[in-house]
Design a protein around this ligand. Structure first.
Ligand code: DQA
Length: 137
């Protein structure tokens, strides 16, 4: 089972960025925990702040891997291109968010990813990623 986590803009700053919203842990530390927890899963991680790089990565893995866990971060709320890429590929995508975007600003209530996603998990902190991986098992 091959699963990739794809993180969008500013998620490379987890641990430093608005810790009251996103917590104190870096994603690298959390990813090591996930690798330990899911030893039978070939788990990969990719992060980019650049919309086109995220689209290219979705296309690269999207006909080969068993699952994609996508936190498109701010692009969730703006990117028709990412939404189209999610619909274009064959691999199922689970959309995740660390925070509950529905109890935040109105502009975070819109997702261009959700219409093409297999499911959406949000608001459970970093545990949202764990739950998304489990949904593929
Ligand atoms: C986020 C929520 C988005 O609204 C925000 O732009 C992010 C992170 C989350 O994981 O809670 O960067 O996707």
């Amino acid at each position: 089972m091959k699963i990739i986590i794809i993180n969008g803009p500013n998620l490379n700053l987890l641990g430093k960025r608005e810790p009251e919203v996103y917590g104190h842990k870096t994603f690298e530390d959390y990813f090591s925990e996930l690798q330990f927890r899911f030893k039978d899963v070939e788990l990969e991680y990719f992060q980019s702040n650049i919309e086109g790089e995220l689209i290219t990565k979705l296309q690269e893995v999207g006909f080969e891997y068993d699952g994609i866990v996508l936190n498109a971060a701010a692009y969730t709320h703006t990117s028709v291109g990412l939404g189209d890429a999610v619909k274009a590929i064959g691999t199922p995508v689970v959309e995740v968010h660390i925070s509950n975007t529905y109890n935040r600003e109105d502009y975070r209530h819109v997702s261009y990813i959700s219409p093409g996603a297999k499911g959406v998990i949000l608001g459970f902190g970093l545990q949202s990623y764990d739950l998304a991986i489990r949904s593929f098992l």
